[in-house]
Design a protein around this ligand. Sequence first.
Ligand SMILES: Nc1ncnc2c1ncn2[C@@H]1O[C@H](COP(=O)(O)OP(=O)(O)OP(=O)(O)O)[C@@H](O)[C@H]1O
Length: 246
Amino acid sequence: MTSPVITVDSAGIRFRRNHKGRRSFKDLFGTKTRRSRPNEFWALRNVSFDVQPGEAIGVVGRNGQGKSTLLKLVANVLIADEGTVKVHAGVAPLIEITGGFVDDLTVKDNVYLTAGLHGMTREHVAEKFDAIIEFAEIEDFLDTPYKHLSSGMKVRLAFSVVTSLEEPVLLVDEVLAVGDKSFRNKCYRRIEEMLGEGRTLFFVSHNEGDLKRFCSRGLYLDKGTLKLDAPIQDVLDAYNNDYPGL
Ligand SMILES: Nc1ncnc2c1ncn2[C@@H]1O[C@H](COP(=O)(O)OP(=O)(O)OP(=O)(O)O)[C@@H](O)[C@H]1O
């Protein structure tokens, strides 16, 4: 067996429910164990799993159960408060679509910026640039500030850029729900190509068909815990059994 590309060990992360909630002096100066934490809750806790290179993993669960939070831990956008998340390869994250791009920069500058942040040289981006824009079908908007794109165009651009990064791990959070049908089909084909190249996929979706199409393994998150780590069909059966009609 090869060594895992991702190792998550007893990971936990907590958030504050209410940003306005104030901490008392006792909260601020008490010892770590005594300190009370008003409004805090564990969005994920005691989550452990390994991922082998080339696995395609579907993350399943109701709204607000920690799916996006898990992807953000893998993307290193969030840091675990407890336990460890080790990722031994570069990650191309397609999460929080509108968050990754800079509103006031043009489409062209955003492509260079995002690809550059993932280690691509200007020459390399220049080589791929036309293909990125063509896939996104936004040839007429190269000099348009990102903020003036329609929401569908933003998703097309993000999908095209992120899937052009040469990172071994791809994280896809829900985005395919937004695109129109013909674009979705293009995205499906590209994801299949990437899986064919041996990349590792983390895929959050509420669409059973999409999950079964791409993923062999599922992680079922419920109330911030990993309720089941099993073949995707078993995970979907357990989820449907717990929440029939969802
Ligand atoms: N930055 C944050 N600050 C405070 N709470 C947060 C933050 N990010 C997420 N949460 C909370 O953590 C919990 C898990 O959220 P998360 O986005 O991971 O859920 P999800 O399973 O992806 O849901 P959905 O299916 O609706 O996308 C929710 O209660 C959410 O409100």
